[in-house]
Design a protein around this ligand. Structure first.
Ligand code: AMP
Ligand code: MN
Ligand code: MN
Ligand code: MN
Length: 301
């Protein structure tokens, strides 16, 4: 049974037995495409009632140190994280690494390579947009990104700020998805490479928002099978980008493939995130939490 729940001025469809989770293992800071710097993001999570937090910036671990210091000063448990873009078949997938070691050299080197290829991709995106009559998109997006990695979100913000489109959702549809002028087909690292880097750095590999890729049943099952074989351990069951029926669907899939379950808001900032922090609900009954054996996570139930 689902009901409409109001949280932080937004309405969400939720289980009737809605319990806000105090764990959030997926969010973004200005180190990638979030709006808050790491310190502010952690303080915001704290204010929203989060007790166990992972920062999972896209393809960058640069925010972890200061985020951890802030979290620990506020009495929160902090988990090192990263969200790595992967090409699997014709799909771009996101693999979250939790408890990774940000000093692990092969991980650092691989992420440096991704950041460089993102820059080259952004230049091509800029050219595509220029051909569609939009001037200065690369420079504009780069200025918004500053020293951070450059993503489609930065292009989206530029296009909205420059008045080309009204909102971020419409921008993606019109300019930044497959077949549109600002879209560039990108070859990210392989699933095997991402899972191996995460595992070898001491971390746990998690498939982010598996319901968002439009995989269909056959490919979903193939992915789960392959991911498990490579040493992947969990999937996100509750995420800002899943609907409550998808929580149930992916809880069943996790069980079927002997995978643990993770949860996270995928918060990027006020107004741009799929979900506010502290508003996501707990894992469905019967899920094995990804943090089950993590000694640093002590939750009183
Ligand atoms: P990139 O990794 O550069 O392809 O950028 C992907 C990021 O763009 C995602 O992590 C989201 O934050 C954002 N994004 C992708 N699709 C959408 C969408 N339809 N609406 C809003 N943000 C989106
Ligand atoms: Mn993002
Ligand atoms: Mn993602
Ligand atoms: Mn994310």
């Amino acid at each position: 049974m689902y009901i409409l729940v109001e949280c932080c001025n937004h309405y969400f469809m939720r289980y009737a037995t809605y319990m806000p989770a105090t764990v959030d293992l997926h969010c973004h800071s200005t180190i990638s495409d979030g709006l808050y710097p790491p310190e502010q993001l952690v303080a915001h999570a704290h204010k929203q009632g989060v007790k166990v937090l992972a920062l999972t910036d896209h393809d960058d671990v640069g925010g972890l140190k200061v985020a951890r210091e802030t979290a620990e000063s506020l009495g929160m448990t902090f988990i090192n994280g990263v969200e790595i873009s992967v090409t699997w078949k014709k799909y771009t997938l996101h693999i979250v690494g939790l408890r990774v070691d940000p000093e692990y050299e092969p991980l650092k080197t691989a992420l440096d390579g991704v950041r460089q290829s993102r820059l080259e991709r952004a230049e091509i995106m800029g050219k595509g947009l220029e051909e569609a009559g939009i001037e200065g998109a690369f420079d504009g997006a780069k200025a918004i990104a500053g020293n951070s990695i450059i993503t489609r979100s930065h292009f989206a913000r530029f296009l909205v700020e420059a008045g080309h489109v009204k909102g971020v959702k419409a921008v993606f549809k019109k300019y930044l998805v497959k077949g549109k002028p600002g879209y560039v087909e990108q070859q990210w690292m392989s699933l095997e490479q991402a899972v191996t880097l995460i595992k070898d750095s001491g971390g746990t590999a998690v498939i982010a928002h598996p319901g968002r890729y439009g995989l269909g049943m056959v490919n979903t099952h193939l992915l789960m099978h392959e991911f498990r074989k490579l040493g992947g351990e969990a999937i996100e069951v509750v995420t800002g980008s899943h609907t409550p029926p998808q929580y149930d669907q992916f809880a069943k899939i996790a069980h079927r493939f002997s995978l643990k379950s993770s949860l996270g808001s995928d918060f990027h900032g006020p107004g741009v995130s799929y979900m506010e922090m502290g508003c996501i609900c707990d894992l469905p009954v019967g899920c094995v939490p990804v943090w089950q054996d993590w000694e640093e996570v002590q939750l009183s139930s």
